[in-house]
Design a protein around this ligand. Structure first.
Ligand code: SF4
Length: 220
């Protein structure tokens, strides 16, 4: 939440600068404004807030916010990294071949339907150039993800890919070293595994993801 506050503070200072201010109070937010920075306690309201979000540079190039979808009371939550172009056009999460693979993982290994789980990303806006993607959007945007976790209250979070694991836990271990190891982080259990898009390029690793999801299934 601190990053979200800092981003909102920075935005307000920039607006004041554009208006011609050279100096302002060291605490430009009033008490009432501080309270209004609390994120909504309802997923639909949270999504609406994200749809109007301009807290990082990705808002300039996005077409549509790609917010989390699925069962609002799910036991299992998947967390990926960021939306792809096709998702930016539609506002729908995990489309394309990666999305098909995720659906197959849910149905064939977990024995569930996609609508039974909740699926989200660290970033709600599509980055145009993933090679130049720096840390700031992740740190700013993850306040939305943490609120989704707080509201859905999943029993297990399955992180897909290195970004999801790294920014959820602040751990910097290589994914190949910690993949498949169930850990407890804050008040949720977490299973790190590979992202479906990574599996499309490295199909030999599918069996490892199969084992990771089998472990999740056994725990449920
Ligand atoms: S990526 Fe997240 S923080 Fe950045 S503009 Fe989009 S919703 Fe806001």
């Amino acid at each position: 939440m601190k990053n979200l506050h800092n981003a909102l503070l920075l935005k307000q200072l920039q607006q004041l600068k554009e208006l011609g201010y050279r100096y302002t109070d060291t605490k430009p937010f009033s008490y009432e404004e501080q309270n209004s920075l609390e994120l909504p306690n309802e997923l639909d309201e949270l999504k609406k807030q994200a749809q109007n979000c301009h807290l990082c540079s990705l808002s300039k190039s996005r077409n549509k916010i790609v917010f989390g979808e699925g069962n609002k009371n799910a036991d299992i939550m998947f967390v990926g990294g960021f939306p792809i172009e096709m998702e930016d056009d539609t506002g729908k999460i995990f489309l394309g071949r990666g999305g098909e693979m995720l659906t197959a993982m849910i149905e064939k290994v977990l024995g569930l339907q996609r609508k039974d789980v909740y699926i989200s990303n660290l970033l709600k806006c599509h980055p145009l150039n993933t090679q130049e993607l720096h840390e700031t959007p992740f740190h700013t945007c993850k306040a939305y993800l943490f609120k989704e976790i707080e509201l859905v209250k999943p029993k297990i979070i399955i992180t897909l890919g290195k970004e999801a694991f790294h920014y959820l836990t602040n751990e910097t271990s290589e994914l190949k070293d910690i993949r498949g190891e169930m850990t407890t982080h804050k008040n949720f259990r977490l299973m790190p595994t590979y992202h479906p898009n990574f599996l499309l390029k490295n199909p030999s690793l599918k069996k490892e993801v199969f084992i990771d999801l089998q472990r999740v299934k056994a725990l449920l």
